[in-house]
Structures are given as structure tokens and as C-alpha cells.
Design a protein around this ligand. Structure first.
Ligand SMILES: Cc1cc2nc3c(=O)[nH]c(=O)nc-3n(C[C@H](O)[C@H](O)[C@H](O)COP(=O)(O)OP(=O)(O)OC[C@H]3O[C@@H](n4cnc5c(N)ncnc54)[C@H](O)[C@@H]3O)c2cc1C
Length: 293
């Protein structure tokens, strides 16, 4: 396994921002993954995994550690009976393709989530009333101490949250699905994709929802819209004119620009609604939001 240095992480994030990784490796087997984690420990470097970078804001300074991008058998997906068996690096789109061809339903909601199986476990990804927790049987989590299968309860999956920490890698996951005719699956996917297209910026570089929805009658997007933030711009980043809970890379954005917009959004939501918005997007590297108030 080759460890590269200085790989720009902007290449691997959907918003297209982020500085370099001090070290970068692409393990393709469980053995290579374990070797990579041992290498990081020997070099006293933190390790983090990147999926499709669709929920990730990486600091402009980069990440002073080892970034892992799962490939080979750790990114494959296959069907066995009513189960989907996938590597942590398998793209949701590939998984959906496999289960549709096998006539298994229950994964259609993921058609709107442009990430990987491991990224989905990390934040219990979900849409349209379903989420990873609803279909996941177990996930194989590897860290410096070895590999262990964990149930959704052991992973602590709740709304857009798990108890996983950097250095713990979802290498594999197994899901239980339900037989459904292929035509029905196609129809469900077409319906969900049309809903998505009508409501969100689908042809812009974003990292998905910026903030989690608060316990409030208004969603985060509606709150930010009411604060007049649609189209608000800092540097090369702007709050989507289409949906205020999205930040677009409008023109050569830096992560600091996106962070500035997040800070402004949090400040205004607190002022107008007394609500402290919590970020859904994950941070990697030296990035933090200023405390409010
Ligand atoms: C247009 C758009 C629409 C979106 N819509 C939705 C939606 O409807 N619902 C939703 O939930 N999300 C949505 N997202 C966000 C994102 O797609 C999901 O959160 C997705 O699950 C992230 O997966 P990823 O592989 O891209 O993870 P990344 O963004 O690469 O990483 C996210 C976090 O997961 C960790 N991680 C990734 N892979 C692993 C692994 N194998 N093991 C351990 N940790 C790992 C990373 O370290 C990081 O902390 C959307 C994003 C975009 C751009």
C-alpha cells in the first residue's frame, strides 16, 4: 500500500474546497486497511476516512494526519438473498443499482444521497422518512485495536448522528431489504428524484444540508430564508438562492468562505428565532464555529 503526501482534498469533496492531507492512502482490503491504521499509529498521526466527500468541509490548511479512501473490495457491493453486502467505500448509487437489479426495495431513499455506505453509517444518512438505521443490520468497524461488527444500537445511530470517531473506519456493512418488483423500485426512485430536483440545487457544488433541522416549527432552511440569507455571499461561496440550507461554491470558494456563511447563519437564526443551529456537515482539519453570544 502506497502512502502519498500533500494530496489536495479539494479533489475529493463535492464542494471542491479543502487543503492537502499530510498523508493519503487507498486501502483495498481489510489487511491493507489495518496496515494503514498501524502506520498512522506508528507515525503518531490521526486517521480519518473520506467517502465521496459529500458531507465534508475540509480546512483550507488541510488535515495534519492520514486520510483513507477505501477502494477495491472495500468499495464493492453485492446482493446475497435479501441482504445487501457492501464495502464502506461503496457508492450509494452502485448499491442502489445492485439492489434494483436483484428486485430488493427499501434503499430507494438513498438515491438522493450522493455518498458512500461508510459515510451513511457515520451520520445515519437519511431522506424521505427512512435512514441507514432502518435497514442496517451491522457494520464492521476497524480501528487501531482490530475489527468488530456492531449493530445500529451499538453504533448509536440517531438523527444524522453516530458515536463513530475519526480513526474508526466502517469497512463493511450489511443491510436487510425487502423484495419489490424492479419497475416499482424505478418508479419510487423517479418520484424521489423529481421531489429533490424541485426543492434543492442539484447542479451546483455543495455539501448537502449545512445545518440539522432544529426542534422548531421551521426547518433550518426556512429559518435562514426568513433571515434574508438566500443568495448571501462571502468570497466565492454563497447561500443557495434555491434552498437556504445549502452553500454553493459559486466561484473559487475557500472553506473559510463557507464557514463565514455558517457563522452568519447561526448568528442571525439566534437573533431572529432564539435557536442555536447545529451543523450537519462534518469538519476535517482545524475548522471551528465561533461560540454564539
Ligand atoms: C446534493 C446533496 C444532497 C444530499 N442529500 C442528503 C440527504 O438527503 N440526506 C442525508 O443524510 N445526507 C445528504 N447529503 C449529505 C451526504 O451525501 C451524506 O451525509 C453522505 O452519507 C455522506 O457520505 P460520504 O461518503 O460522501 O461521506 P464524506 O462526506 O466523505 O464524509 C462524511 C463523514 O463520514 C466519515 N466517513 C466517510 N466514510 C467513512 C467510513 N468508511 N468509515 C468511517 N467514517 C467515514 C468522514 O470521516 C466524515 O466525518 C447530501 C449531499 C449533497 C451534496
Amino acid at each position: 500500500m502506497i502512502v502519498e503526501s500533500g494530496v489536495p482534498l479539494s479533489r475529493f469533496t463535492t464542494i471542491g474546497t479543502g487543503g492537502p492531507a499530510r498523508a493519503f492512502a487507498r486501502p483495498e482490503t481489510l489487511e491493507e486497511l489495518e496496515q494503514a491504521l498501524v502506520w498512522a499509529a506508528e507515525h503518531e498521526l490521526p486517521a480519518a476516512t473520506i467517502g465521496l466527500g459529500s458531507n465534508l468541509l475540509v480546512a483550507d490548511e488541510g488535515f495534519d494526519g492520514l486520510v483513507l479512501k477505501l477502494g477495491g473490495e472495500l468499495a464493492e457491493a453485492k446482493v446475497d438473498g435479501n441482504r445487501l453486502l457492501a464495502g464502506g467505500g461503496a457508492a450509494n448509487a452502485v448499491c442502489l443499482h445492485r439492489v434494483r437489479a436483484a428486485g430488493l426495495g427499501g434503499f430507494e431513499f438513498a438515491c438522493a444521497i450522493p455518498g458512500t455506505v461508510g459515510g451513511g453509517v457515520w451520520m445515519n444518512a437519511g431522506a424521505y422518512g427512512s435512514d441507514w438505521a432502518a435497514i442496517l443490520d451491522r457494520a464492521l468497524v476497524v480501528d487501531g485495536r482490530g475489527a468488530r461488527w456492531s449493530s445500529p444500537e451499538e453504533l448509536g445511530l440517531t438523527y444524522r448522528h453516530s458515536e463513530l470517531r475519526h480513526g474508526q473506519v466502517v469497512a463493511r456493512a450489511e443491510f436487510s431489504l425487502t423484495p419489490l418488483p424492479e419497475d416499482q423500485i424505478k418508479a419510487n426512485v423517479a418520484r424521489l428524484q423529481a421531489l429533490r430536483k424541485a426543492a434543492q440545487p442539484t447542479n451546483k457544488r455543495t455539501f448537502g444540508s449545512v445545518f440539522k433541522n432544529p426542534e422548531h416549527q421551521l426547518s433550518a432552511g426556512r429559518m435562514l430564508e426568513a433571515c434574508g440569507l438566500k443568495g448571501h455571499r462571502i468570497g466565492g461561496a454563497q447561500i443557495s438562492p434555491r434552498h437556504a440550507n445549502f452553500i454553493e461554491n459559486a466561484d473559487g470558494a475557500r472553506s473559510a468562505d463557507a464557514l463565514g456563511l455558517m457563522q452568519e447563519g447561526r448568528r442571525r437564526a439566534l437573533e431572529a428565532f432564539g435557536v442555536e443551529l447545529c451543523h450537519e456537515v462534518e469538519f476535517l482539519g482545524p475548522l471551528d464555529l465561533r461560540p454564539l453570544g
